[in-house]
Design a protein. Structure first.
Length: 93
């Protein structure tokens, strides 16, 4: 497999500049998710005792994990069901 065919996460262990870009990107995504989850928490949609940053990290990990079955040809229905299941685990008030 050539370097062009590998993902940023895989290449980050071999190329410091890719690692830096990957880290900035994942941090930015976690920040956006944290902000969204904090807003949902303030609106009463997520339990007040939940940690929005930890939930953001979980959601991002799942989103990244969904990429594999997506590339493998899973149906949109299956992918949507997976996403809905993850959202159902968010702590509710």
């Amino acid at each position: 497999m050539s370097h062009r065919d590998r993902g940023a996460a895989e290449l980050s262990g071999h190329a410091p500049e890719v690692r830096a870009i990957s880290t900035r990107t994942f941090t930015a995504l976690e920040d956006l998710l944290t902000d969204s989850l904090t807003a949902a928490q303030r609106a009463g949609h997520i339990s007040a005792g939940a940690d929005p940053r930890r939930l953001a990290t979980l959601v991002l990990a799942v989103v990244r994990g969904i990429e594999a079955p997506c590339k493998g040809g899973s149906s949109p229905t299956t992918l949507r069901s997976t996403a809905e299941t993850v959202l159902s685990f968010l702590p509710r008030p």
